[in-house]
Design a protein around this ligand. Structure first.
Ligand code: HMH
Length: 211
């Protein structure tokens, strides 16, 4: 039986739960998150998304013809997302020219390392990265202000459809992958899960980003 996105989730429920549930997200939901903690995340996530956009560009370069359209749509949404991050940072008077925290740096290095990975591995990692936010921002339930638009960005039905498409594309690529490539895809999935958990935690390790 070939490896699929669903089988990865089923085989690693604890790792995935850590990636998608965190006091950061429950703190947004309950209103107990400090704004400095939120701002730390906001600045580092902007820096993340810039590196992630470059990664999606590399995935596009490696993709089969029938995946080009979906990935181009994703890149179009990222163009809007980067401008949106800049607007959100400006509203909060945050400086986006900020050094990467170590966790953000590790995540960016991991994404850069995928450039030489086989396409099924790249497609699996891309799906996992997007699915982590799609789930993470939805699981707590409706987010109060000022976090509603953040939850909506990654929880809206259009984004959920996009993540489903990414899963279908990863599954299609994995369907013909060798056992070695399957093992590499699984390792990439687990690395994404680990980095996602650490990324939420970053906001709590340092509280004064951009103040
Ligand atoms: C850390 N993971 C992180 N940031 C994001 N914006 C996404 C995933 C979704 O694109």
């Amino acid at each position: 039986m070939p490896l699929t996105c669903q089988s990865l989730l089923q085989a690693h429920p604890i790792a995935w739960e850590k990636a998608t549930t965190h006091p950061f997200l429950s703190g947004c939901h309950s209103g107990t998150l400090q704004s400095a903690q939120f701002n730390t995340w906001l600045v580092q996530d902007f820096l993340f998304v810039k590196a992630f956009t470059r990664m999606v560009g590399r995935v596009l370069a490696a993709a089969p013809d029938d995946h080009i359209d979906g990935l181009l749509a994703g890149l179009g949404a990222l163009k809007d997302e980067l401008l949106w991050f800049e607007a959100k940072a400006a509203e909060r008077s945050l400086n986006l020219v900020t050094p990467l925290q170590p966790t953000c740096q590790y995540y960016c290095e991991f994404m850069a390392s995928l450039a030489i990975a086989p396409y099924p591995v790249q497609a699996t990692a891309l799906w996992a990265i997007e699915y982590a936010y799609n789930q993470g921002w939805q699981l707590p339930g409706p987010m109060p202000e000022p976090y509603t638009e953040f939850a909506d960005r990654w929880g809206n039905p259009g984004f959920t459809d996009y993540v489903r498409l990414l899963a279908a594309q990863a599954d299609a690529a994995l369907a013909t992958a060798s056992p070695m490539v399957e093992a590499e895809a699984k390792a990439a999935f687990l690395r994404v899960a680990e980095l996602e958990a650490a990324f939420w935690q970053m906001a709590f390790a340092l509280g004064d980003e951009g103040r």
